[in-house]
Write a protein that binds this ligand. Sequence first.
Ligand SMILES: [Zn+2]
Length: 438
Amino acid sequence: MLQEINHTFITLIPKVDIPQNVTQFRHISCCNILYKAISKILCTRVSAVLPDLINKAQGGLIKGRSIVENILICEDLMLKALNFPGKTMELIMTCVRSKSYSLVLNGENFGYFKGAKGLRQGDPISPLLFTISMDYLSRILNHVTSIMPFKYHPLCAQMQLTHLMFADDLLLFSKGDIPSVMVLLSEGVLPFKYLGVPISAGKLSIKHCYGLIEKITERIRGFAARVLSYAGRLTLVNLVLTSLYSYWATIFVIPKGYTTTSGYCWIRHSQPVVTWDKAVWNSWCISKNSFINWLIAREALLLKDKLLQIGVVADSACCICGADTESHRHLFVQCQHTQKLVKLLSCKLNVKLPAVYLITWIQSKPWAKVKKNVIIAWIQALYYAIWHQRNKSRLEGVLDQPEVVLKQISSMLLMRSIFWLKCIKKSSDETWVKSINY
Ligand SMILES: [Zn+2]
């Protein structure tokens, strides 16, 4: 193999702001793509036969062996020895022996040295060889326990289980007498952590779950979560947090005392009661409108008054009229464009809409359910359209006529009105809804 093909860059990434010594760098080795292709092909071929060769006690790194299965059981040269063909062995050993390294620091690479021992991180062959060598250890353990005075752990005797492995974690099991323990030379204290979850002889208590809670809050409060968009945060909650929880929940029964509600309250702390919740989170509305209206109610949209404060824009003039500072109050209440739209909507709904923030205003209206919900849905759609118009004006420099915007809102709500009609019992209500929507 050409030396250049098996050359690896070790990138040093500083863990702290001003690193003083080598341990303050994280090293990541980067093999080149050609080598990765070669080793990946080798791996794929060898992996096909691995499940038949490797001892059942090794749980990680092999396709089809699940990490979870291993924990469940827990709770309850090798190439030659395995008879690989000579050609395959030669190819693998060439990959392992011919490696060389350069260090990358601050974007520049330095030096050149041959690799003497060990496996490379990022090399597809590494996990494969590691699995095979761990299997060798596995065989030795099985052999030693069969010839020495060794007694199995009472729960492991039936399966003749002496150890479990997951990747580089090794758990040894034996009866608690000195000769047996001496065979394995291992001792430990329960509960201990295995694959990130606590292993305990008895039932898991709330105390043992602190780790899970810590992990979840760490991710929510972490730096990455703060800079994520709303869609990103939703994905974070759905994927990362749920998978963390379900990983634990597939292994243990999570102790009582933790509910979704209590967890939610615990993370967000107590918040003051708001006056707009029912008008914002309303099932008659389109959910994307509700979301934007929630942001408006909390004054959380990034309008130009805020953007100016953080230095993103140079002026704070309203993107639509340019006459005043673009704040929530201006954009959704005072702006000329908004006032024209509200007037048009008043005529369409045949309801007098005042020049105030309409979501808080409507919440206190003593109207019948149908009328109130339909008007809330229209107001939410109106505010969504205003936000949309504002962005269109800012990014594309164009603005639609108020009549056109109202048509857009109307077609946006057309599909939703089919759902409204299903909920309506009185024929007078039905006529009214049809008169404004069709
Ligand atoms: Zn304006």
